[in-house]
Each structure stands twice: as C-alpha cells, then as structure tokens.
Design a protein around this ligand. Structure first.
Ligand code: IMP
Ligand code: MG
Length: 185
C-alpha cells in the first residue's frame, strides 16, 4: 500500500472490512444478480457519492446488459448523524417506466434515503425494483425499506472508506473502518 494511503489509515480506530473481504463479497453479490436478473436489461440507479466504489466494482462484474443513472442524495451534510431531511438531485430525463431497476447504495442506516428514493422510483411505474446495499447497520429504521441484498450487516457505528466519507474525507480508503474519535488529523 502506498505511504499516503497508509497515512490516512492511521486516522482509523480499527479496520472493519479489508479490501479482500469487500472484493469477495461484492463478487458474490454480482454472481447472484447475474443469475437472478439473467435475460433482463437492468437500469441501475446509483446513489452518489457514497456508492461510487461499490457500484464501480459491482457493475464491472455484471454479465447482463446495464444502463446507469447516478443520483445525488444527502441527509448527513458532512457530519455523522442524519439531518432527517433527504435532499435528492433527480436528473431531468430519467424515465424508469417499464424498466427493471436496480437501486444501489453504500449503506442503509435510518432507511430515510432509500425509502424516499424508492417511492420516487415506484411512482414512475418500473417493471420491477430491486434494492441492494453494501452495508446494513443493525439498528431500528425510521422507515421500512424492502432490501433484496446487503453485503454486510454491521453494528451501529459510523464508518468511512470505500466511498464513504466523514466531512468529505476518507472516501479513497480501500478498506472500510471506524474513525479514531480523537482524530481525524
Ligand atoms: P439513511 O438515510 O439514514 O439510511 O442514510 C443513508 C445515507 O447516509 C447513506 O447513503 C450514506 O451516504 C450516509 N451514511 C449513513 N451511515 C453512514 C456511515 O456510517 N458512514 C458514512 N456515511 C453514512
Ligand atoms: Mg449515501
């Protein structure tokens, strides 16, 4: 690992998931989608910025035809707790009517973000909607979200890395970890 990446990892209290563990799990999630969505053309709706790395790794292992839209949604505004209000930047021209939609996000926490986006997708009358996240926190949800697959169930702790940030930082970590509360530098 390069010295600059090692430097950032020093801001972590501990590593929760190594790059290898993430890779193996994402591979298995892709294998399942390849079987379950065989014969379909899939329209991926990917939530930026957090799901960027997950989506890039997962989609490159899909053997089915894929279209992709990216949406920006934010409820954290840089901190470690949801503001309770989800801001969605829905691009003009996204029409999901009759499409087999695969909604992808980095992490399911309160459920607010995915419930707001799923309602918006369902209002467009897709043929089907499947929702997958890389991480699902073990906690009470504020809203129910029908989830088809979650890479890992984790404790209710704030995580960074592999696309996920704290105050805009740490997205580039190849692993997923818990921040050192006395840092970050
Ligand atoms: P929810 O709306 O509370 O379910 O939160 C979902 C969004 O909050 C995710 O898409 C993430 O962008 C962000 N988020 C939730 N938990 C974490 C975390 O532990 N680290 C980084 N981002 C998080
Ligand atoms: Mg997000």
């Amino acid at each position: 690992m390069s010295s600059s990446v090692t430097g950032v990892i020093h801001d972590l209290e501990r590593i929760l998931l190594s790059p290898e563990e993430i890779h193996t799990r994402v591979q298995a999630m892709a294998a399942r989608l390849n079987v379950e969505l065989a014969g379909k053309v899939v329209t991926v709706v990917a939530l930026m910025d957090g799901a960027l790395f997950f989506v890039a790794d997962l989609l490159r292992q899909l053997e089915i035809p894929v279209r992709m839209h990216t949406l920006s949604a934010s409820s954290y505004q840089g901190g470690t707790a949801t503001t309770g209000e989800v801001k969605v930047n829905w691009p003009a021209g996204v029409d999901l009517r009759g499409q087999d939609v695969l909604l992808l996000d980095d992490i399911l926490d309160t459920g607010l973000t995915l419930s707001v986006i799923s309602e918006r997708i369902l209002a467009q009358q897709p043929a089907s909607l499947r929702t997958c996240v890389l991480l699902s926190k073990r906690r009470q949800r504020l809203r129910d979200v029908p989830l088809d697959d979650a890479g890992f169930e984790i404790d209710d702790e704030f995580v960074v890395g592999y696309g996920m940030d704290y105050m805009g930082r740490f997205r580039n970590l190849p692993c997923i970890g818990i921040l050192n509360p006395n840092k970050p530098s």
